[in-house]
Design a protein around this ligand. Structure first.
Ligand code: 5RP
Length: 294
């Protein structure tokens, strides 16, 4: 309890020393609120400026995807090696231990599956996201989808508005779906639309041709999805190329949890994303871990 007698007088006023003013380390978020910056600092490593997010939200459109049949057995042991997890509220509540203490990119929209048209989405309640202690709100945006472009952009806008009210940043996720391209022109447009509508971070796919322009024209950080399972070296090459060309991280799923050595793969991806490892060095990290943990 504070005393009102015998206190030492304050004297270290730092006269002549301007108060330290730190710029925010993530592009496009300098003018965000304290809560948003604080949460983004939990997702992104302040030293590297990058993040390795572990995505296992696939079930909400794909059902029990290979590698995600028993998330308690396959994913929970991986969580400690990630910087942030991305999943639905159902899996979070049912399977992910609240003691894992990892930032959460909460799948904040819900909608149609691969059995129908995809991307016909609604939003959850912001109070639910707060109850779940969400760090980031992930919302799909189906740019170019004639049936769902407007509604998914409205979803993003509402999410940004709700999230801003409570200091929770938004991750705009460029959609998957038939007829939605994956070239630089499409990805550049889709990512820019997400950022223009207020997303604090954007998730998209890597493209070999012109990814630099996609990353450079997006005024907020981009993280890339891994996509379908590739041979491990190719997936590491994908991560390397994306980071070299301006991505701020990965939000990877299948190339981690469908690997024959998911922990080794996650550690190898971390080497690329945080420590500037080459593909050879990262692949060596994966193989060494795998050999030592047979
Ligand atoms: C789907 C998603 C997934 O989380 C995303 O595709 C990441 O997983 P993968 O690396 O397996 O592609 O956002 O909308």
């Amino acid at each position: 309890m504070a005393d009102n007698e015998g206190n030492i007088d304050a004297k270290n006023f730092g006269i002549g020393i301007p108060q330290k003013q730190e710029g925010f380390f993530l592009k496009g978020n300098e003018n965000a609120s304290y809560g948003i910056k604080s949460r983004l600092s939990q997702v992104f490593n302040q030293k590297s400026g990058h993040t390795v997010m572990l995505a296992f939200d696939h079930g909400f459109i794909m059902g029990p995807t290979s590698g995600l049949e028993r998330i308690d057995l396959t994913i929970n042991p991986l969580i400690q090696y990630s910087d942030c997890i991305m999943c639905t509220r159902g899996i979070l509540r049912a399977v992910v231990p609240p003691t894992c203490n990892k930032p959460l990119s909460l799948r904040f929209d819900a909608g149609t599956t691969i059995l129908t048209s995809l991307n016909d989405e609604t939003l959850e309640d912001i109070e639910e996201a707060i109850r779940l202690n969400a760090t980031l709100l992930a919302v799909m945006v189906a740019v170019g989808d004639p049936d769902h472009e407007g509604s998914t952009i409205r979803n993003l806008t509402k999410t940004v508005d709700m999230g801003s009210r409570y200091g929770i940043p938004t991750l705009g996720v460029t959609a998957v779906g038939k007829g939605l391209g994956r070239d630089a022109r499409y990805l550049g447009l889709a990512t820019r639309v997400c950022a223009e509508n207020g997303a604090n971070v954007v998730k998209t796919y890597y493209c070999a041709e012109g990814f630099e322009s996609v990353a450079n024209c997006c005024p907020v950080p981009i993280v890339i999805a891994g996509g379908k399972k590739l041979p491990e070296r190719d997936a590491l090459q994908l991560a390397y190329d994306a980071i070299s060309k301006g991505a701020a991280g990965v939000d990877m799923g299948r190339n981690i949890f469908q690997s024959d050595c998911p922990v080794g793969m996650l550690l190898a991806v971390r080497e690329v994303v945080h420590n500037g490892a080459t593909v050879d060095q990262a692949f060596d990290c994966y193989e060494t871990y795998k050999a030592q943990n047979k």
